[in-house]
Design a protein around this ligand. Sequence first.
Ligand SMILES: [Zn+2]
Length: 131
Amino acid sequence: MQKTNPTLFFLDGEAEGAPGLKGSRCTACGEVVLLKIAACPRCGSRTLDTVCIGQHATLGQSAEVFHSADGFEAPYFIGLIETAQGPRTFAPIAAAPGTALHAGMPLVFKLLPRPDGRVGFAYAVAEGAPS
Ligand SMILES: [Zn+2]
């Protein structure tokens, strides 16, 4: 399977706990950050483990977008997500058009096959979450 962006996330089997976002954990101070990076932003150590993070996250602010762009068919949602491990990022939120999303909703990482054969990802509202 070809990923929409190989630097951003892991498919099943590519890392312990995958699928999820690609991250780095500092072996010296324990800082966890998004993406595979060369040096710890907290302590400067260059010894970091590549880890899978963001399997679970919490929604911050979000917005419904009405303009299609680069494989995102409008309408779609974009949201600030806070991963269970701490790092935050913007990510597409997989929800039906018009869904009332609100801050604090629990989210889960989800792989999304694209019509062009590549696979991307989005966050979906966790099942059983209060609406
Ligand atoms: Zn560190």
